[in-house]
Ligand binder design. Structure first.
Ligand code: GDG
Length: 519
């Protein structure tokens, strides 16, 4: 039986029972209860801020106004660190110095952002290709889109090593209480940190944001063993859903069958003397923020102006889609659903428009160039096929729209159309619901999203079955508003309980429990 060790000085009492509804404040309070004065160290591929172009490099005291990228997750982690303080390592993708101190009026703390520059273009391109042209398509079960080259894994490893070196330096200086690494670009960070032979490392958590595919897809990945072993060097592995967690465990079972060192059970993997906790932690949004933004009168009038500028009159009915222009988001399937809607239910012609916010993404990659070109062509074809006088069925906006306009646009829409063919979670679905206070707008949610695995009451559609999806859309749009509102009440209750703060809180509690079990 393991001996009961006395507690280390920084060990802490068990966490308080979780709050009923998590907020930014309750996560930061919980963080302090769990980790005391020790700070969180976050590592992501993308940085949480954009340093404005054309600014002279300024001293930390004289920093220009930073901008923020579109994604919801990095902004929530950013706000957590502004409450608790901490450190963040990511790739430098905008001008400015290698280290920034990030603070914001109204927040009690600041954090350090360490920005890794990759000087070697070949290395950087190889790393990106391995991540985005191999892991991304494969883990979204699209092996036909793989575009990586043989040597790319070496570059992926070497960039992960560079991250680990920077992280190790930060840990020495800051004595962080926990490391939290994000996503498929950084699967090997813990492996390198362990290889440096440092006597004590803080507990290391990793969250895999994209789907984990059926194990047979892994056979396309020659380096699958390295990837899986690298992941097992973390202490906690988080997945979006129970299905992805089970598939991961199955991948480990298949790859390491007959290996006595590795033992797999439901939530835990034992590897030699180490224990790795494997859990599902469905990510959420900050519903309060989207609800408030959706009701803000200035934002609302800006949204109405935005609609008018794009040719939509206030009384016109529209569906909204918001996605980076990525093939996993099912843009072409969405157009097929519209075609089916107008074919099967011609009464909708001229009556409903799709407002598609589609900021281009990874546009230097050939696969994306081809896909985005095809999407543009098909939008034109669909519009030509169905247009009537001044009405055309699709308005496609290829740029980022600020959340303060996006949230009222969600609120005003008759529905949101989420057509992903495979999606780890899909935050847009949850943002849309958050913006529906007392409204009967319908979330039409692809059954192939992680969100659909949790939001059982949602109206599910199948992007691979356009005619059935069109029938569901037509029928639901004609339902009495009370039915649609009733459905939204249930869904909104769920997203408000399982919000982004609950997600952070439970992962932090999970990694803390892991340390306590070791004590
Ligand atoms: C990965 C996984 C998982 C998009 N366009 C604009 C804009 N956005 C924001 C949305 C939302 C976020 O970007 C997109 O979130 P998703 O969840 O749809 O998708 P991915 O980028 O693919 O992210 C995904 C996610 O990680 C989190 O774990 O859900 O499955 O693939 O927050 O609002 N924001 C603004 N303007 C835009 O035009 N302001």
């Amino acid at each position: 039986m393991p001996s009961r060790k006395t507690k280390t000085p920084h060990s802490s009492p068990p966490a308080k029972p979780p709050p009923k509804t998590w907020t930014a404040l309750s996560v930061s309070e919980q963080f302090r209860t769990l980790f005391g004065l020790k700070k969180l160290l976050v590592a992501t591929h993308r940085e949480p801020v954009i340093y404005p172009d054309g600014t002279r490099e300024a001293s930390p005291l004289n920093q220009p106004k930073l901008k923020y990228p579109a994604g919801g997750v990095s902004q929530s982690l950013h706000r957590l660190l502004l409450q608790t303080g901490g450190d963040w390592v990511s790739l430098k993708s905008s001008p400015g110095p290698r280290k920034l101190s990030i603070s914001l009026p109204g927040f009690p703390a600041s954090y350090n952002l360490y920005r890794l520059g990759l000087k070697n273009t070949l290395e950087s391109e190889g790393y990106q290709r391995f991540a985005n042209d191999l892991l991304w398509p494969l883990f979204h079960e699209e092996p036909g889109r793989i575009g990586s080259q043989k040597e790319d894994f070496k570059n992926y490893e070497s960039v992960n090593k560079k991250f680990s070196e920077k992280i190790a330096q930060v840990m020495i200086a800051q004595d962080n209480g926990v490391l939290w690494v994000h996503d498929y670009q950084l699967a090997l960070v813990a492996k390198f940190l362990r290889s440096f032979g440092k006597a004590s490392l803080p507990p290391m958590a990793f969250f895999w944001h994209i789907p984990w595919p059926s194990p047979n897809y892994l056979s396309y990945l020659p380096e699958r063993r390295d990837l899986l072993l690298g992941l097992l060097d973390y202490d906690l592995l988080g997945f979006q859903t129970g299905l992805y967690r089970e598939r991961f465990l199955e991948s480990i079972r298949q790859e390491f069958s007959g290996n006595d060192e590795i033992e797999v059970s439901d939530q835990v993997i034992k590897k030699g003397t180490r224990t790795i906790h494997v859990g599902d932690y469905p990510i959420g949004v900050d519903p309060g923020r989207f609800e408030t933004l959706s009701l803000d009168s200035i934002g609302l009038s800006q949204a109405k102006m935005f609609l008018a500028e794009n040719g939509l009159a206030p009384e016109e009915m529209y569906l909204i889609s918001v996605d980076r222009m990525d093939y996993t988001k099912g843009f072409l399937k969405r157009l097929q659903i519209l075609d089916a809607l107008f074919q099967q239910f011609p009464g909708w012609i001229g009556k409903i428009t799709l407002l598609q916010i589609a900021p281009p993404t990874r546009s230097t990659h050939p696969t994306y160039q081809t896909y985005q070109k095809k999407v543009r062509e098909e939008v034109i074809n669909t519009n030509n096929r169905w247009k009537k006088r001044r009405w055309a069925p699709i308005i496609s906006i290829e740029r980022t729209v600020e959340h303060k306009i996006l949230a009222p646009l969600y609120r005003l829409a008759a529905g949101a159309l989420v057509t992903s063919t495979n999606d780890g979670m899909n935050l847009v679905a949850k943002e849309y619901l958050a913006a529906q206070k007392d409204e009967g707008g319908t979330l039409f949610l692809s059954r192939y999203t992680g969100a659909a695995q949790g939001l059982k009451e949602a109206v599910l559609i199948d992007p691979y079955n356009p005619s059935e999806s069109a029938a569901i859309i037509s029928r639901t749009l004609l339902e009495p508003p009370s039915i649609r509102r009733g459905r939204n009440r249930i869904l909104r209750e769920q997203i408000s309980r399982n919000n982004i703060f609950q997600w952070m809180g439970s992962i932090l509690a999970g990694i803390h429990d892991h340390t306590r079990r070791k004590e």
